[in-house]
Design a protein around this ligand. Structure first.
Ligand code: IFM
Length: 457
C-alpha cells in the first residue's frame, strides 16, 4: 500500500498475515493510570515526589488521580472487552504492594491486583504484568539510594518472587523491567525523569544494577512459576543520516548505548566492548558472577518500538526527513525500522518469542461536540506498523503479539497530561472515556482477524 494513503475505516485483508493465535492487546502502567496515590496503604514512589518538585513536569500536574483506574478498573476492563482484546499489559506498583520497597507487604494493594486479574480473566482477557515501570518506592530511594545501591537487586528479587507466588498461576506473563534504558539514562544522566540526577557514571552503574535486578528476579521467580518470564526493552534503531564514516560510527555507538548495552548482557552475557571503551572511567563496577546472573533463559522478549533515531554528526545535525510525518511527541513515523529491527534482532540474538509490548503515537486529539475523536493520524500509524510487523513475521521474526500503547490517554511522565496516546480519550475533569476513531478501527481489525482465524485462514 502507498504509505501516504488516507486510511479508510476498515480493511479486512490487513489482519490476514498474522498467525491464528496472535495476541492482540493494549498496554498501560500503574503510575500513569491508577491514581489513588495515598489510598489503602500505598507508599509514595519517586514519581510522586518528582511531580512535587517545581519545573519537573511541563504542565505542573501530578499523579494523585491520573485516570483513577484504581477505582474504575471494572469499567476499564469493560472497554478492553468491547475492543475485543485478548490480552492486557499492566504494571504493578511496587510501593502499593510493599510500601517501603522491602519488609511488610500491603494486603490491600495486592487485593487490587488480585481483583484486576480476576476481572480480566472473567472477560476472557489474559493478564500480562510488568513488575517495574519506573515507580520506585520513594523509601528505597531515600534510605538506600535507589538504583544506585547494589542491594536493590535483592529487594527487587524478593518483590518479584512474592508477585510470582501470589499471581504466577493466573498471569500469562511477568516482565521484570520496562525500558531500563529510560530508567538509567533519563532518570540518572539527563535528569528528565525521576529521580532527576545528571551523572553519566551514575547512569551506567544504575543500568548494571537494573540488569542485575532483572537477573536475580528471574532466578527468584523461576522457583515459583515455570513459564512466561521475560523483560521489556525499548528499541529506537539508529540510522546514519548520511553515508559517511562519521555518521556510521556515531550510529553504531548509539546502537551500543541503547540496544546492545541491554541485549548483550541479557542474551550473550557480556557488555559491548565499544561501549565500555566509550564510557571509560564511567563504566559500571561489575562483580564476578554478575553477568552469569543477568544472562537468564527468557520465555519471551518484549520490544517497545515507536520510532527510529536519525544520527547526524553535522552541526547542527541534519533533521529527520519525516516523509510519513511526526507524532505529537515530535517522533518521526518510520515503520520500516520496525521490520528491519525485528529481523536484525532475530539474526543477531536468536531471541525467544517476541512481543511488541508497546507501539503507539501521541496525537493532538480533540473531542468534538458530536462525541467523536477523529484521530486519522493514529489509524494511519497503527495500520503502517501492523503492516511492518506482518512483513517481519513473513520474513522470519517470531513475533507472537502486539500491544498498542496505550489503552487510555494518561500521564505522559514529564509531559504531564498534554500528550495523548490512548485509544480512548480521557476527560480528566470527569474521568469520562470516549472511544476514538482508532479504537473503532483496532476493534474491527481484531474482529476481522478472529473471523479469519475461525475460517482457518
Ligand atoms: O508512556 C510511555 C511508557 O510509559 C513507556 N514507553 C513509552 C511510552 C510513550 O512515551
Amino acid at each position: 500500500m502507498n504509505h501516504n494513503d488516507n486510511p479508510s475505516a476498515s480493511n479486512p485483508c490487513d489482519a490476514q498475515p498474522f498467525p491464528p493465535d496472535f495476541v492482540w492487546g493494549s498496554s498501560t502502567s500503574a503510575q500513569q493510570i491508577e491514581g489513588a496515590a495515598a489510598i489503602d496503604g500505598r507508599g509514595a514512589s519517586i514519581w510522586d515526589a518528582f511531580c512535587a518538585e517545581p519545573g519537573r513536569i511541563k504542565d505542573a500536574s501530578n499523579v494523585d488521580i491520573a485516570c483513577d483506574h484504581y477505582h474504575r478498573s471494572a469499567d476499564d476492563v469493560a472497554l478492553m472487552h468491547w475492543l475485543g482484546l485478548n490480552a492486557y499489559r499492566f504494571s504493578i506498583s511496587w510501593s502499593r504492594v510493599q510500601p517501603q520497597g522491602r519488609g511488610a507487604w500491603n494486603e490491600a494493594g495486592f487485593a487490587f491486583y488480585d481483583q484486576l486479574i480476576d476481572q480480566l480473566l472473567q472477560a476472557g482477557i489474559t493478564p500480562h504484568a510488568t513488575l517495574y515501570h519506573w515507580d520506585l518506592p520513594l523509601a528505597l530511594d531515600r534510605d538506600i539510594g535507589g538504583w544506585l545501591s547494589r542491594d536493590i537487586a535483592e529487594h527487587f528479587a524478593d518483590y518479584a518472587a512474592e508477585v510470582a507466588r501470589r499471581f504466577g498461576d493466573r498471569l500469562a506473563s511477568i516482565a521484570t523491567l520496562n525500558e531500563p534504558w529510560c530508567v538509567a539514562t533519563l532518570g540518572y544522566e539527563t535528569g528528565q525523569f525521576a529521580p532527576g540526577h545528571t551523572s553519566r557514571a551514575e547512569a551506567a552503574q544504575v543500568s548494571h544494577h537494573l540488569l542485575l535486578a532483572h537477573g536475580r528476579a528471574m532466578q527468584a521467580m523461576r522457583a515459583q512459576t515455570g513459564t512466561g518470564l521475560g523483560v521489556v526493552l525499548n528499541h529506537t534503531p539508529p540510522y546514519p543520516a548520511e553515508p559517511t564514516e562519521a555518521d556510521r560510527r556515531a550510529a553504531r555507538l548509539n546502537d551500543g548505548l541503547t540496544t546492545r548495552w541491554y541485549m548483550d548482557p541479557v542474551f550473550l552475557g557480556q557488555y559491548p566492548a565499544d561501549v565500555l571503551e566509550h564510557l571509560g572511567a564511567d563504566a559500571p563496577r561489575v562483580e564476578t558472577g554478575d553477568l552469569d546472573a543477568i544472562r537468564q533463559p527468557l520465555d519471551f522478549l518484549g520490544i517497545n518500538f515507536y520510532t527510529r533515531k536519525l544520527v547526524s554528526t553535522r552541526v547542527p545535525p541534519l533533521p529527520a526527513p519525516g516523509a510519513l510525518g511526526f507524532t505529537d511527541m515530535g517522533w518521526e513515523i518510520y515503520p520500516l525500522a520496525l521490520t528491519q529491527h525485528l529481523l536484525r534482532i532475530t539474526r543477531e540474538y536468536t531471541p525467544p518469542p517476541i512481543y511488541i509490548t508497546e507501539n503507539g503515537m501521541a496525537n493532538p486529539d480533540v473531542l468534538l461536540a458530536d462525541g467523536r475523536v477523529h484521530d486519522v493520524g493514529r489509524i494511519n500509524y497503527l495500520r503502517l506498523h501492523l503492516q511492518a510487523l506482518a512483513q517481519a513475521i513473513a520474513q522470519g521474526a517470531d513475533v507472537r503479539g502486539y500491544f498498542y500503547w496505550s489503552l487510555l490517554d494518561n500521564f505522559e511522565w514529564d509531559s504531564g497530561y498534554a500528550k495523548r496516546f490512548g485509544l480512548f480519550h480521557t476527560d480528566y475533569a470527569t474521568q469520562q472515556r470516549t472511544a476514538k476513531d482508532s479504537a473503532h478501527w483496532y476493534r474491527e481489525f481484531i474482529a476481522t482477524h478472529a473471523k479469519q482465524r475461525g475460517q482457518g485462514v
